[in-house]
Design a protein around this ligand. Structure first.
Ligand code: HEM
Length: 410
């Protein structure tokens, strides 16, 4: 078999709807072949760290913004989902992106996140109490439903100031929008997402009205008030769209960090026991979990000008996909990259992205995980898989477990 045929086979396996429970051998084939690979439709895949990092940092690579959608998918721009998505900062290029990031970042400060720490620690203990009750007598419990999802949903709800009784209402609607994105914003999934987005805007709009009249100490109140020195402020569309972004980005990712990280430890019982004995080092363990199984495995851009990447000419308009998950296992950057090693030298990975769109919630996500793992391990003496794990079977914008049934012992 030729080298090229091997790469084709690996790429087919990565996109195989029957799933790739372990994509890493396929990524390795791609990386060995070279830094770039062009798919038959012209899309370019990047598998090594240096090129993925460049993709995220170089301004000539742009995110798919409203103008791009209008040019390439004009039939979608009238949809409510797309109207909302295109006002999110993650889908904006300079100079609009900097403006939005500054205005929203003003409300989302590391100080505000640090202030939440005691409340998050308390929340973790409360969820563990519930988990312990459900797991009593060896009953299998779904870690995702009982811990990994409720923790970040409650935290982001607290931070934004969404009333506790409303939070269960938000989850399914946000999930409907994510499902439509994963189906390329087409078909019935898009219709359902339009309805969900209308409802989200309506509910968040009510909250904005309330907080405009009576501000509180929450992020919605701060965002309503956020103004630049020249009086510039978020429009209603920008405010509502970015609230939806914060809500969804806030939990669909963190829940997968918790699920993926715990599964990695269960597969390595000696390491699981070791972390139990060194709770103060949880931060470096979480960093290694992020490197090892990133909740967001890919990032996509398009070339705003003709350029050359990894020796390959890239024409303006070309879609370029960075395989972050593969970059994080690039042997040129990490020794023994397929080994989970909490002692490895601290070399940044791409799990929170890089450059202008670097994750706004990284501090929050890290804090949640750093509190969750030591508390979980100190609460339960044994943590084991109850059944076959249910990894999401296809390569999507998120990677994690839909369900993670565990048996927990005192
Ligand atoms: C483990 C959890 C998380 C992971 C792995 C993650 C990952 C990422 C990645 C890879 C990006 C960059 C996307 C790109 O460049 O195309 C990003 C952006 C972003 N994330 Fe996160 N994220 C996590 C948690 C959070 C949380 C908790 C929040 C907020 C509460 C958040 C809010 C955002 C926002 C607002 C952006 C867009 C930033 C911009 O466009 O300037 N994320 N995240």
């Amino acid at each position: 078999m030729t080298d090229t045929a091997q790469v084709r086979k690996a790429v087919r396996a990565l996109f195989d709807p029957r799933g790739c429970a372990d994509p890493h051998p396929h990524y390795a084939v791609l990386r060995d072949h070279g830094p770039v690979w062009r798919l038959p439709d012209g899309t370019v895949l990047l598998s090594r760290f240096a090129e993925c990092d460049h993709l995220l940092r170089a301004p000539l690579f742009r995110v798919e913004d409203e103008a791009w959608m209008a040019e390439n998918f004009p039939e979608t721009v009238e949809h409510m989902t797309v109207h909302s998505l295109m006002a999110e900062m993650v889908n904006q290029n300079p100079p609009h992106h900097e403006r939005l990031r500054r205005l929203v970042g003003r409300a989302f400060t590391p100080r505000r996140v640090a202030e939440l720490r005691p409340a998050v620690a308390e929340l973790v203990e409360g969820l563990l109490d519930r988990l312990a009750k459900k797991a009593a007598g060896g009953e299998p419990v779904d870690f995702m439903a009982e811990f990994a999802l409720p923790l970040p949903i409650t935290v982001i709800g607290e931070l934004l100031g969404i009333p506790a009784e409303d939070r269960a209402w938000f989850g399914p609607r946000v999930a409907t929008v994510t499902a439509a994105i994963e189906q390329d914003l087409t078909g019935p999934a898009l219709t359902a997402a339009d309805r969900a987005t209308e409802e989200l805007w309506e509910r968040l709009g009510e909250l904005v009205r309330l907080r405009t009249r009576e501000p509180r100490e929450d992020l919605v109140s701060t965002l309503v008030a956020a103004r630049e020195a020249d009086g510039d402020r978020l429009t209603r569309r920008e405010l509502l769209a970015n609230l939806v972004l914060l809500y969804s980005a806030g939990y669909e990712t963190t829940s997968n960090l918790l699920g993926n990280g715990l599964a990695t430890l269960i597969e390595r019982p000696a390491l699981l026991n070791r972390l139990r004995g060194e709770p103060d080092r949880a931060g470096v363990w979480v960093e290694e979990m992020l490197r090892f199984t990133p909740p967001i495995p890919i990032a996509s851009r398009w070339a705003g000008e003709n350029t050359v990447l990894g020796g390959l000419p890239i024409a303006r308009g070309t879609q370029v996909v960075g395989l972050l998950s593969s970059a994080n296992r690039d042997p040129a950057r990490y020794d023994n990259p397929d080994t989970f090693d909490p002692d490895r030298p601290r070399v940044p990975n791409l799990s929170f992205g890089a450059g202008a769109h670097y994750c706004l919630g990284a501090v929050l996500a890290r804090m949640e995980a750093e509190l969750a793992f030591p508390a979980l391990l100190s609460r339960f003496g044994t943590i084991e898989f109850a059944a076959e794990e249910h990894l999401r079977p296809v390569m999507t914008s998120l990677r994690g477990y839909a369900r993670l049934p565990l048996v927990l012992g005192g």
